[in-house]
Design a protein around this ligand. Structure first.
Ligand code: HEM
Length: 168
């Protein structure tokens, strides 16, 4: 690893710790997004659609940087399958972002599926960080800091709902 790459990985680890420290304490109830956050999520999701080709590649590159152990669970085919399913579900979540509790059963089932795939709940946070980072890098100044906060909340909620499907 080059010196610059090492620095980048230390910086991103610090950023993740900071982001996770800012996350609300775990709670069973779903956090409600404000109307402004719902609008920002929906707008950014619409805006990113023409760039989805670049997003897939960047996302997995970023995710495997943050969570190298996850590489073993994927190959070219699983990445495509997961990303296309992930895009579908995120589209639905963006559309229904005003009431995430409506997705509880769907994400619980998805959690059980991930348990059988060998994904561990602690990996969801890194997965979310990689995805939100990817949106930021692809959309540049179009991705407002408030949109980033709103997407972090979405990933936090999805992870919580998926975790509920573990050990069922
Ligand atoms: C918030 C976090 C995540 C979401 C929303 C998500 C979403 C999805 C969705 C919708 C699918 C397709 C399920 C189906 O076939 O019906 C999928 C598949 C998969 N996911 Fe995830 N995922 C997340 C985290 C992870 C993590 C952390 C890992 C690995 C460590 C992972 C590994 C996989 C694998 C290996 C597949 C199977 C692909 C295939 O069918 O070939 N996922 N995920």
């Amino acid at each position: 690893m080059t010196f610059t790459a090492k620095l980048a990985s230390i910086a991103s680890a610090l950023f993740i710790s900071a982001s996770l420290a800012l996350m609300p304490a775990p709670a069973s109830a779903t956090t409600k997004l404000s109307d402004d956050e719902v609008r920002l999520v929906q707008e950014s999701w619409t805006l990113i659609q023409p760039q989805m080709g670049g997003v897939v590649e960047r996302f997995y590159r970023r995710y495997f940087q943050l969570d190298p152990a996850a590489k073993d669970l994927f190959n070219e085919k699983t990445m495509k399958v997961q990303f296309s399913a992930l895009s579908n579900i995120l589209g639905d979540v963006a559309a229904g972002a005003d009431d995430l509790s409506g997705f509880a059963n769907r994400f619980k089932r998805l959690g059980s599926l991930h348990q059988s795939l060998g994904a561990e709940p602690h990996q969801f946070a890194l997965f979310g960080v990689a995805f939100v980072d990817t949106l930021r890098l692809e959309m540049k100044s179009d991705f407002k800091p408030r949109a980033r906060t709103a997407w972090n909340k979405i990933f936090y909620e999805m992870s919580k709902m998926m975790e509920a499907g573990y050990g069922e």
